[in-house]
Every structure is written in C-alpha cells, then in structure tokens.
Design a protein around this ligand. Structure first.
Ligand code: NAP
Length: 383
C-alpha cells in the first residue's frame, strides 16, 4: 500500500479497500473495485462460505468472518479483533450491510482503520444523523436488483449508474480525499453526484420507495381479487409493471421504515391524487381523466433515456417476429454484434399478433433504445 498523506496536501490514494457485508451490493462493489479499478479488496461477512467463494473467485485478497455484534461499544473478543484488524491498512472501508447496522460498523471500522469510510445505504438521513466519524462520506449507488446476496453480484452492476455522495454538514474532509472517492467510483462505471442527505431521501422516496410500495399494492390487490383466472391474464404487462414487488420483504420493510417521514408524506400525496382520479371517475369527468394521463405521459416521455436512475431495472423491449425459421437467432445475432447483452428472453404467451412476440430484457434503458434502433433498421417492429 502507498503511504497516504493524512493532512490531505497530496492526492489521496485508494489502493486497498475493506468491504463489510458481501451481499449483492458489497459483492458487486468488490468485483468492480478488484476487476475494474485494480484495487486490493479485503472482505468481512457473517457467512464464512461467502468469504471462501469470494477468495476463490479472486475478488478478495483476504477475508474473515464478521463477528455477530449488537453494539459497537461492547468489548470485542480476540477473534473479532483479529477479523477487524484486516481493515487496519485500508484506505477506504465500505459498509454494505442493511441500513440499521451501518452506524455500528462505521464506529467499528473507524477504530481499526484510519482511512475513509463510506456506506451504500438507500436512505441517507438516518445514517448521517447517527454517524459521528469525520472520515465518513455517505454513499448510495443507484443500482441494484430484486435479488439478494453475493451469488447475484456483478462487476457491471454500477455501469452508468448515478452514485450519490453525501458529505457531512460542516465536513472538514480534504478535497483530495473526496476526489479520490469520486475517481474510484468512476472506475466502477458509475457517475458520482453530490446531494444533501435530505434532498437525496426525498428524491429516492419518490422514485424508488413509493414505486416499490405501489408495485406491491397492485400485486396484493390482484392476489385479493384472484378467483383462479386473474394470474393467467396478469402474465404480460402486469407482470412487468409489478416486477419490483418481487424484492426481498425484509430489506424493503427496513428501507421503508428508514424512509419513514418522506415516504409517509408522499403516500399521503399519492392517496390524494388517486382520490382526485376516483372523483373524476365518479363525476364522469373525461377532461380531468385525460389531463391526469396527459400529465403522466408528458413527464414520463421527458425522462432521460441514458444512464440509470434510482429505480434500477433491466429495460424491456418487445419485438414482433415473422413466423419463419431462424428469426430468434437473427435478433440475438444483430444485438450481439453491437455488444448488447440480452439478460433474458420471454416469449409472450398472450399475443394479438400472428407471428411471435418476444420480450427482451436488456441491462438498461440506453441499451434498449440502441437495440430498438438496430432492430427497426433491420425491419422488425418493436416497442
Ligand atoms: P444483501 O444482498 O442481502 O446483502 C446484505 C449484506 O449484509 C450481506 O452480506 C449480509 O450478510 C449482511 N448482513 C445482513 N445483516 C447483517 C448484520 N446484522 N450484521 C452484519 N452483516 C449483515 O442486500 P443488498 O441489496 O446488498 O443491500 C445492502 C445495502 O445496500 C443496504 O444498506 C441497502 O440499502 C443498500 N442498497 C441496496 C440496493 C438494492 O437494490 N438491493 C441498491 C442500493 C443500495 P449475510 O449474507 O450473512 O446475510
């Protein structure tokens, strides 16, 4: 490891990184930082088999089991001290556990490492308010999946993602350190963006937490209405728009709890909006209903198509195929030649079309736009 100038006069180097919690986000960061940024990564996880796998994958240079703790102040066993001592010469420690445990692990990491500390929590105020460490910078990579755990981690998860950074109020951190973290994030493929914790939490509650609640509400509603036939009808579009309802219940209950005030305010506004629509329906006010859909479409159509937002999802593209041999292979080849990775393919079961109807899941909206353009050029109809 290169010696770092603690006063911050020289550029700060991040060569060795410690990660606590090698789940989906921690594992993906470990992969991206090792494989793309060339950093040495050490890891701590409750599950020793995860550490063994990450060592075997060549992602970690060292790893140890994370001891089960409930309080950063509690005396540490010799074994726990040995595990945490892996962090001692890290230039950066990233805490990737569920939100509620982050302040405790920041305190512990600060005891063992003199480097920068950051986290990945989806909500920032509850973390920033509890963390006193001056070397802490809040972080939130706006990339993810409805899947959990190291097995689903991916080196490319952060490509084109916004990565929010929240400095503590009155932060005295040298610019060189903040810049070093920004530069490292850039090397994972993400784009750093500074926000205040409150501003971040309000925005993310609107574009990520509220949609998760809405998707689950639609799914719960369908479950209550299902008399045996509904699920078959819901296999197409309904399945797409409720995809994020498949997320981990524990994780999302925790995130919504932490997002409490912002989410509650937004839910109230959403309920009011639905009540307005309900009234338009009762009054048979067609202009008001049209206005509702027009405003929704106008805002949605103006959203940027490049990069990723807070609600990360593979984008989907529907392609209409002619009923002739080799069509599936041709579509795959056309996209493959342009380096577009098809994450998943579904053949639509219900179709108002004589040929075939393919649904492609692509990594992000930018690649979806490119894929649509390539396929249309080749004569395919797609939407
Ligand atoms: P995940 O795949 O379930 O990983 C969670 C990690 O935390 C696992 O390594 C888990 O260990 C560990 N962990 C759980 N409880 C712990 C405890 N009490 N003490 C120590 N470690 C514990 O979840 P994730 O999606 O990576 O989420 C982790 C963080 O990323 C959360 O703060 C979340 O807000 C944030 N985030 C998530 C997303 C997303 O879309 N999923 C996006 C951006 C940010 P085990 O393997 O032993 O359970």
């Amino acid at each position: 490891m290169a010696e770092n100038d603690t006063a911050g006069r020289l550029p700060y180097r991040i060569d060795r990184i410690g990660i606590i919690g090698l789940g989906l986000i921690g594992g993906s960061l470990a992969r991206a930082l090792r494989l793309r940024a060339g950093a040495a990564v050490v890891g701590l996880d409750r599950d020793i088999s995860t550490i063994t796998r990450a060592l075997a994958d060549g992602i970690l240079t060292a790893g140890a089991q994370l001891p089960l703790l409930h309080d950063a102040e509690a005396p540490l066993s010799d074994e726990a001290k040995k595990s945490f001592s892996l962090l001692s010469d890290c230039d950066l420690v990233i805490i990737c556990t569920p939100v509620e445990f982050i302040p405790m692990y920041v305190d512990l990491a600060a005891r063992f490492s003199s480097g920068l500390i950051t986290d990945v929590a989806s909500v920032k105020q509850p973390v920033m308010q509890k963390v006193a460490c001056e070397r802490f910078i809040g972080g939130h990579p706006m990339a993810g999946s409805e899947r959990q755990g190291y097995n689903y981690s991916s080196e490319s998860l952060f490509e084109n993602a916004i990565y929010v950074l929240c400095l503590q109020e009155n932060s005295n951190l040298p610019v060189s350190k903040v810049k070093a973290l920004e530069e490292l994030i850039t090397r994972t493929g993400a784009a750093p963006m500074h926000m205040k914790a409150r501003e971040h939490d309000r925005a993310v509650a609107a574009v990520s937490h509220l949609p998760h609640v809405a998707a689950s509400a639609l799914s719960v509603m369908a479950a209550r209405l299902d008399d045996g036939n509904l699920a078959r009808l819901a296999a197409g579009g309904f399945r797409d728009i409720t995809r994020i309802a498949s997320s981990d219940p524990d994780l999302w209950a925790g995130i919504c709890r932490q997002s409490g005030v912002e989410l509650a305010e937004l839910l109230e506004k959403t309920i009011n909006l639905l009540q307005e629509f309900h009234q338009s329906l009762v009054d048979d006010d067609i202009d008001s209903m049209r206005r509702f859909f027009f405003q929704g479409a106008k805002y949605r159509d103006g959203l940027p198509v490049d990069g990723r937002g807070a609600l990360i999802s593979p984008s989907s593209l529907t392609v209409y195929l002619n009923d002739q041999p080799g069509e599936l292979g041709r579509v795959a080849a056309l996209l493959g030649e342009e380096g577009i990775n098809i994450r998943n393919i579904r053949i639509r079961e219900y179709r108002a079309y004589e040929g075939g109807c393919l649904q492609l899941l692509l990594p992000d909206s930018a690649q979806t736009v490119k894929a649509a353009w390539i396929l249309r050029e080749a004569g395919y109809a797609c939407d």
